[in-house]
Design a protein. Structure first.
Lengths: 115, 265
């Protein structure tokens, strides 16, 4: 019994450690915040660190839904009115990455600047 | 407002309409009943409304990435259904009626899931205008226009498949379904990267100079094959793997069913 139990226990402990490492890595992501007000992004230019994964939190302060969309970032997410959305972006090479609100593309425009 | 709503509705309708037209054409090709199609549209629309009405709860689930996980799940389910459908199409074509209820059930579910996925976004977009009656006429006109164009492209594919010489129809449909299926897994991979469930990597290449994703050709390619101008290694591998699995399965189905069909020597 012990012959099976010991490697099994070791395996479980290793797995738990890996999950822990993964969770720490995930919690470590720099957080950047963005707001939607009156179909405009604030700030419209968002500076993020280059070459790391960033946790972008978008708050939609409008009562209407919006879709955060960017071809350059390969991201697309609907955010209901009065809600927030979590979108992971990057790691990005230094440069500019435009994004827009698909439901109000004429006004809701912005860009991520990775540096 | 008009142009925005044309583009939004067209983008969403196009994907579902393409899948629907291919499956409808193949049902007619094999002389199957096509009544499943009404049921799947109804299920898809009902599902869209349910999804759209619960999006807040869905989005907040799983630490704020519930939307990505659910959409990725839907797309993986559609991929598996297309795998089953294409395999059964080959079996039906080559050895007569074979598991027809399963085939029709899979078609019904695949179209319903595609409509649900695309329709929920249309529902959310349109519902936002219920308190803005002055904008509503323009938005609705745009929506009808976009839906009209989307379904017209679908109809074009339908008649293209129906008009082909019989010996090429099945092959063409299988190639189209494989491309659509590959696009589904590619989009699912991208959503899982967005949710931080798959590793993010720098893009392997950038083909946006050749075909930009927001161009008309780019949008059509996106709807049909899930075109992505800047794929990462994970996305590329997922695409190659899912397409290879489908090609191998279909090739094997064809080989197996032709062996059974040949007279015993």
């Amino acid at each position: 019994m012990a012959r099976i139990a010991r490697p099994l226990l070791r395996g479980v402990l290793c797995a738990a450690l890996l999950v822990q490492v993964a969770l720490i890595a995930r919690a470590d992501r720099p957080v950047v915040e963005l707001e939607i007000r009156n179909h405009l992004f604030h700030p419209s230019e968002l500076v993020v660190p280059a070459n790391v994964k960033v946790k972008l939190i978008v708050y939609n302060r409008d009562p209407t839904p919006e879709e955060f969309e960017s071809y350059e970032l390969n991201r697309e997410k609907v955010i209901m009115g009065g809600q927030k959305a979590v979108i992971f972006i990057g790691p990005l090479a230094p440069g500019e990455y435009p994004f827009f609100g698909e439901f109000n593309p004429k006004t809701a425009q912005g860009k991520v600047i990775a540096q | 407002m008009l142009l925005t709503s044309v583009i939004i509705i067209l983008r969403e309708v196009l994907e579902a309409a393409l899948l629907l037209s291919i499956l409808l054409a193949m049902s007619r090709f094999l002389n199957l009943r096509v009544r499943w199609f009404w049921a799947s549209l109804a299920m898809g629309v009902a599902g869209s409304i349910l999804y759209g009405a619960n999006l807040v709860a869905i989005s907040n689930a799983f630490d704020g990435v519930g939307q990505e996980l659910l959409n990725a799940g839907l797309q993986i389910a559609i991929y598996l259904l297309l795998l089953l459908i294409a395999a059964l199409l080959i079996a039906n074509r080559r050895r007569g009626a074979y598991k027809v209820p399963l085939l029709q059930g899979a078609m019904l579910l695949a179209v319903a899931l595609a409509v649900l996925r695309e329709g929920s976004e249309i529902y959310i977009y349109l519902m936002a205008f219920r308190h803005q009656p002055d904008l509503l006429p323009g938005v609705m006109a745009g929506a009808l226009l976009g839906a009209g164009i989307g379904f017209s492209v679908g109809a074009l594919f339908y008649y293209l498949l129906r008009g082909l010489p019989q010996q090429y129809t099945l092959l063409t449909a299988c190639v189209l379904l494989t491309l659509v299926a590959g696009g589904m897994t590619l989009q699912a991979a991208q959503l899982l990267i967005q949710a931080d469930w798959l590793p993010a990597q720098p893009p392997l290449w950038d083909s946006s100079v050749l075909v930009a994703e927001h161009s008309v050709v780019g949008q059509l390619l996106y709807a049909l094959v899930g075109y992505e101008a800047t794929p990462t290694l994970v996305e590329f591998l997922v695409y190659i793997a899912s397409v290879s699995v489908m090609v191998l399965l279909l090739g094997w189905m064809r080989y197996a069913s032709s062996k059974k069909n040949s007279p015993v020597a």
